[in-house]
Structures are given as structure tokens and as C-alpha cells.
Ligand binder design. Sequence first.
Ligand code: FES
Length: 150
Amino acid sequence: MPVTFHVNGEPVRHDGLADRRLLAILREDLALTGAKPGCEIGRCGACMVWLDGEPVNACLVMAWQLDGRRVTTIESVAADPGSAPVRDTLAACGAVQCGYCNAGLVMAMTWLHAHPTLPDRAEAAASLCGNVCRCTGYGGVSRAIETLFP
Ligand code: FES
């Protein structure tokens, strides 16, 4: 059954299999490769996008769940000046190594940073525990958390 949804404000109609996953649709059908395949079982956060404004792992979202929904990807968020404090802080704090986790981190941290009640440092760190850095560069990530969530 076809589904229609929006990706970064653009309408999308998808006629593919209902068990196709959002991550594959973004990367293979829409050429939006910012969300990365890591674990593909919802554990690493490399594929994080926003679904109706909430962070989700795209590898766990099935095509049939997308009808009428709004998907926002790193391509849109990175182009938004509102994400600049997060992006700049991650870079300044040395939290960018191989870069594979950074799109997911920016998605998660930008959402947290824009939250109406800014979480404190411990809350932010706990919330980001689903964003894994395969370089184990957590020193830089921790410094970025301390800067953004004092
Ligand atoms: Fe989706 Fe790891 S690839 S959470």
C-alpha cells in the first residue's frame, strides 16, 4: 500500500514494500545519505532523524509507519542556522573524529538544545547515551555537553 509523507518539507510518495525501513528509503530512494547505517538495530544512533519533530532511529521505522508523518534529516538541520551552536561546539570540543556518529549527535543534541526546558548536564548526558561514537571519542562529546548544557 502506498504511503505519503514529507521529508524536509518535500512531499514523498512511496510505493515500496511495507517492511522497508526509513533509513533505506532515505539513503537508497531519496539520496539523503546523512543518516548513517551503523548497528541497524536501534542501538547506535548513527541513523537518527526527527519524526514529527521527535528524535527516532530511522533503522527502526517501517515504511508503513510513515503515512502522513514529517521526517526531518541532518541535511535540513545542518542547513538551519539554529543548529550552529551544536555543530560549532562539537567541532571546538574535538568531538569530530571519523565523523560517522556526528550526524546523529547533531540531531540529538540540537533537539535537546532547542527543548523548551533546557536539560541539565546529567540529563543531557543520559539522553545521549544512545548515540555511540565508534572512535570512543567521548572526551570531546562530554566537553560539548558541558558547554551546551551548563
Ligand atoms: Fe540505527 Fe544504529 S543504525 S540505531
